[in-house]
Design a protein around this ligand. Sequence first.
Ligand code: ZN
Length: 308
Amino acid sequence: MKRRSWLPSVTVLALLTSLVAASFAESPRAQSGKLKIYISADMEGVAGVVTADQLLPQGFEYGRFREFMTNEVNAACEGAFAAGATEIVISDSHGNGENLLVEKLPKNVTLVRAFPRHLGMMAGIDESFDGAMFIGYHASTSNSQGVRAHTISSARLADVRLNGVSVTEGAMNAAIAGHFGVAVIMMSGDDAAVKEVSDAVGPIEGAVVKWAYGFHSARTLTPEIACDLIRDRAKKAVSRIKDFKAYKLKTPVELDVRFKNYRPAEVLAYLPIVRRMDSHTVRFVGKNMIEVSDFMEFVTTYEPGLEP
Ligand SMILES: [Zn+2]
């Protein structure tokens, strides 16, 4: 009886609180008419890509597939702009970070190129963005499905875990965006990649441009239809951008990196900030995703012969 008497006032309070929260949600970016989108672009998940022949500069199809990658990014931009995006930053996040044909991008975007860089595939993201999209992404090294499934380095890493859970590059990058309160709203790639990221970060607009038949084989859409699909999903995602939640990891963040070889684990464990977990695995605990991302960048970049 007593409970009942104060319940309605709680309901009214909750309603008022949600109304106040809603009015805050509309400000200040929505009121200023600005809508900023971050696009991280990889290449393994581009329609038609199945082997290194498309992925590496020395591959016989690379030149054409740079164009297809660029077209897919452009399709995402077109969809985002059509739904009201006012600013887009694109990061070229495959291989040397110099794949996208800069002169073929929309005039009103900016492009992040080359490595190494802070925040890796998410360089340039901050809290001023309203949403992030992943184009051409692939499944993780711990996924038995997926074209060119790997995590950061296909040659060197056997597993990457955040807070005990194996992650894809997509989930890791979503957690970097999440650190800044930015939600991933859309991604494209093969069926395994889209499923893996959606399972980890929650429902997003997914554009499946090919179906993995193996590490080096897939049934794929043609480039033009893939672009139509990406444009459509990007437009949908931006038009309902308020439906997506930032993917935030509990801090501090525990990063476990499993190498394919022994020696990186052995030598990294000389550092007092690194703990050797088993023959092939080290652990680093970062105070947040920024520290974790910088640690990963260091581990996958550093060697004493670096020049210049
Ligand atoms: Zn890549």
